[in-house]
Design a protein around this ligand. Structure first.
Ligand code: SF4
Length: 342
């Protein structure tokens, strides 16, 4: 890795990355290096052949301090000649001028005001946003230009921007990612993220601000979080917090995420490794039988907790489920070790 051969001082580094201003290691972010760059473009066009349900994304950062072991945006760090594991967690590229560049791009006569998705490749409200404060400018640029947008996050820092989001004169979709009710398991799988209670408080704040909040409960982990008891507790908390809808689906192991997730599983739950290798032996998705089994369980629990599918949620749900950093709900053969459906 060529970056590993660079000596990084406290406030400067010779990192070979386009637009680099400097690299810094703030003491309050132990073990993390921020590579501050001036970007030339802010809007990313999703390739035409992509199945993604959005045409444009904006990512103020690359790499993510949330360190989810299942994140399949990890692979994108390899384009920077960094690895998809520890480097994705600790080498964070920050586009410091993104709001100005975005505003200029949205002002072009050719801009067609298509939906823009945020939170697809890194979390825009990870802790770094407290330091760089890029999101208010991004929201302002989108709102002022009349561009509808969506934000998916695990970060309670979004509360800071609720007044901006509530007042935006464009359609705004706000989603919170929360798939665990068990604190210890959640901290093991997503060691850099706020705990479930903090995210439930975020959902409550979004609802109190008058915005609909959809929760993405992904990934559901076979044999770890797919029990009725776990999902029931999770959905109960999400409903009580005021979320309008919850969608859930099973773990999805694409290359890039697969290696890191299986390494975690081998370390933390070695007895489950053979079962996972069998379940995901033929590809990134769990088998169709499991997906249908889990889908039926999720439907049943949604009804039990009084979730009523809002109009238009299909496109929104699809948008988030298929974000590169998230888990598409797909799942498998109920084995003898799985509990009965309800
Ligand atoms: S899944 Fe989302 S929050 Fe987690 S590391 Fe990936 S981008 Fe960050």
């Amino acid at each position: 890795m060529r970056w590993q051969q660079q000596k990084i001082d406290d406030d400067a580094a010779l990192v070979p990355i386009k637009g680099l201003i400097r690299s810094v290691r703030p003491p309050e972010f132990e073990g993390v290096t921020f590579h501050e760059v001036l970007c030339k473009s802010a809007l990313n066009k999703v390739p035409g052949q992509s199945s993604m349900p959005f045409a444009w994304t904006v990512n103020p950062t690359r790499g993510c301090l949330h360190r989810c072991v299942y994140c399949f945006a990890r692979k994108t760090h390899e384009y920077l000649d960094l690895n998809a594991g520890r480097d994705f967690d600790t080498q964070i590229v920050v586009k410091t001028n993104i709001a100005e560049v975005l505003r200029a791009e949205l002002a072009r006569p050719s801009w067609r005001h298509e939906h823009v998705a945020l939170g697809t490749n890194s979390d825009p409200y990870m802790r770094a946003e407290g330091r760089y404060q890029l999101m208010p400018g991004i929201i302002g640029a989108l709102a002022d230009s009349g561009t509808p947008f969506s934000i998916l996050t695990k970060g309670p820092l979004l509360k800071r921007d609720l007044p901006l989001l509530a007042e935006a004169p464009v359609p705004v979709e706000v989603g919170v990612s929360l798939a665990f009710a068990d604190d210890d398991l959640q901290q093991s799988v997503e060691p850099g993220t706020p705990r479930p209670a903090a995210r439930l408080a975020l959902i409550r704040s979004i609802a109190e601000a008058g915005l609909d909040c959809t929760v993405l409960a992904m990934p559901v982990l076979p044999w770890l979080t797919d029990s009725v008891e776990h999902l029931d507790e999770l959905f109960a908390g999400i409903k009580a917090a005021g979320a309008r809808w919850v969608s859930a689906g099973a773990l999805h192991l694409r290359p890039g995420a697969r290696e890191w997730f299986l390494a975690w599983l081998r370390r933390e739950h070695p007895a489950l490794l053979p079962r996972y290798l069998e379940l995901y032996g033929r590809g990134a998705y769990a088998p169709k039988d499991y997906r249908e089994w889990l889908g039926a369980r999720v439907d049943h629990l949604r009804r039990r907790h009084g979730f009523v599918r809002p109009t238009g949620v299909a496109a929104q749900e699809d948008r988030w489920q298929r974000s590169p950093a998230q888990q598409a709900p797909m799942p498998a053969t109920p084995s003898a070790t799985q509990p009965a459906l309800f």
